[in-house]
Design a protein around this ligand. Structure first.
Ligand SMILES: NC(=O)c1ccc[n+]([C@@H]2O[C@H](COP(=O)([O-])OP(=O)(O)OC[C@H]3O[C@@H](n4cnc5c(N)ncnc54)[C@H](OP(=O)(O)O)[C@@H]3O)[C@@H](O)[C@H]2O)c1
Length: 277
């Protein structure tokens, strides 16, 4: 395969917003578009669904919680395409409000995927992103709400232009550790594992965008976090107002920012507009 073929990769795209993002990219992106899923059966079923609509996505297994899976996928895209042009980190989890799993377990499990799994993806895939590439991290406005409920010192660090990736990862680990002792509130954190995981992901997006600007300025890669809105999926339930295809609009807008664009970069975007952080 010639590395001149462009390629877009969407994590967690066997259903929900991820599947809708692949659908839109199949229609609008010039190149190969990959459904990826932790479960190959569910992933291939999604490819069949899109094929029945006349679209031609491709498939690769990818579990963002499994370092071997992340490495195997990265090696595949490096070898077959010489890198990636578009990476959408969409995979995520959320416990239902009514779930009775202890909060500390919810915190550990939620941050493992939404923050640490996505961070592992970025660590392995960022070096593969080609010049002119686009990276989109599907975060949530609930991350911004969680940030506003952190104590002033945490808010200052999570918003700081001086925040380092290691420091951020340490803060996320500290949140999980405090939940185990029931001390997260005293430590200045809000009572939301999902919100903290997405606050961490939005902050991470800003840290990595600043690093790109510093270390690869000539590559003009744009990296942003976004909220898809409240979308009717297995995660958000039947009362959510937006259809998955509507939830895909902002992630796809960011994935397809035109060549030569310089903004947005390192921002949190909702409804195609940069939001305060
Ligand atoms: N829906 C909303 O209102 C809303 C609002 C704000 C942000 N978001 C964010 O949007 C993204 C998509 O959410 P959704 O509503 O489409 O949820 P969804 O329907 O539950 O889909 C989540 C997807 O992520 C996958 N996934 C979970 N853990 C994974 C892992 N370790 N490795 C690879 N894939 C994994 C799931 O795969 P399986 O099928 O194997 O479980 C599924 O394909 C999430 O990041 C979510 O936090 C959603």
């Amino acid at each position: 395969m010639s590395s001149s073929v462009r390629v877009a990769v969407v994590t967690g795209s066997n259903k929900g917003i991820g599947l809708a993002i692949v659908r839109a990219l199949c229609q609008q992106f010039q190149g190969h578009v990959y459904v990826t899923a932790r479960d190959s059966g569910r992933g291939r079923a999604a490819v069949e669904t899109l094929a029945s609509e006349g679209l031609e996505p491709m498939f690769h297994q990818l579990d963002i919680d499994d370092p071997n899976s992340v490495t195997a996928a990265a090696d595949y895209f490096a070898e077959k395409y010489g890198g990636v042009d578009v990476l959408v980190n969409n995979a995520g989890i959320a416990f239902k409000v009514a779930d009775t799993t202890p909060f500390d377990v919810q915190a550990e499990v939620t941050l493992k995927t939404n923050f640490f799994g996505t961070r592992d993806m970025l660590a392995r895939f960022m070096p593969l992103v080609k010049p002119g590439g686009r990276v989109v991290n599907v975060s949530s406005l609930l991350g911004s709400v969680a940030l506003s409920r952190c104590n002033p010192a945490l808010q200052e660090r999570l918003r700081s232009e001086g925040l380092a990736e290691d420091e951020l990862a340490g803060l996320m680990r500290r949140f999980v550790g405090l939940t185990k002792k029931g001390e997260h509130k005293a430590g200045g954190w809000p009572e939301t594992a999902y919100g903290v995981s997405k606050a961490g992901l939005t902050a991470l997006s800003m840290v990595l965008a600043r690093r790109l600007s510093k270390e690869r300025p000539d590559d003009r890669i744009l990296l942003n976090a976004c909220c898809p809105g409240w979308v009717r999926t297995d995660m958000a339930g039947p009362k959510a107002p937006k259809l998955p295809d509507e939830g895909a609009l902002t992630p796809v807008y960011l994935a397809l920012l035109p060549p030569g664009a310089t903004q947005p970069h390192g921002k949190f975007v909702s409804d195609k507009k940069v939001q305060p952080w």
